[in-house]
Design a binder for this molecule. Sequence first.
Ligand SMILES: [Zn+2]
Length: 318
Amino acid sequence: MLLIDLHRHLDGNIRIDTIYELAKQYKLPLSKYSIESLHKLVYINDQTSDLIAFLERLDYGISVLKSPKDCYRVAYENIEDAYNEELDYVELRFSPYYMASAHSLSLDDVVAAVCQGVNDGCVDFPVKASLIGILSRTFGVENCFAELAAILKYKRHFVAVDLAGDEHDFPPEMFIEHFQMVQKADLKATIHAGEAGGPENIWTAIKQLNAARIGHGVNAIHDSELIDYLAENEIGIESCITSNYQTATWTDTSTHPLKAFLHAGVKACLCTDDPGVSDITLKNEFERAERELKLTEHQLKQLKQNAKEQSFVACTSS
Ligand SMILES: [Zn+2]
């Protein structure tokens, strides 16, 4: 069966070797670290305290993006990594504002560079990939409009738009207008919801932001009506069990709601989230789901089938 990752942050998957090289090239503060000490700094070896502490780990990779060329490199290397992980198809997401933030790059330049890096990567490596643009809500409503404008300028390179970042302080109802624009542009929506917030955020994401899929969505487990709705309407859940452990969203993987979602017929799939800080691969996640969550062979296959059905472009072959 096809190996598909539908929830993978390109800007959460920057190689440590690349961080090291760029830091040295630009004589940035991180250049004083050895590769070994960068591993300790960037990788989350056990658990962080919460989502925000987890997200701070991503800042190390972003801190070395000093020119659009560096954004191109990161995008290109993400395709090479997907190939090396034997993924058949990947939906890579990134936040232009976040990638531009450390060195005040132009949002348009960042988006153009990432699109080109992914395109060139797909020419050189036999992997299929699509792009999802992220609105980083942590930066506020206005900056998300600027970020969306840059994404829409290059809209033919995108299949969807996502809302990520601080769910607790920036709930989905603050971004209704943004996602009306997304719908008008004929792009799909997938929303991080029910990770650091309750099931009400998932309802809002679906009903008001037109979410076709939900990122994480663990707190749907507290609302049986919502679980039925997700199943009946085939709204997928992108489950990331190691990420959920590391952000302390769901600390006991053996009881992770993914199993209950599958049992209820929800089109849940397994994804990596930020493999570059979690230090994981998608295959690791399948092994972990089997080992800790005790998913059966049939359930593991179902996860792969769901990923295929929930992908934003048609995936052919078995
Ligand atoms: Zn995510």
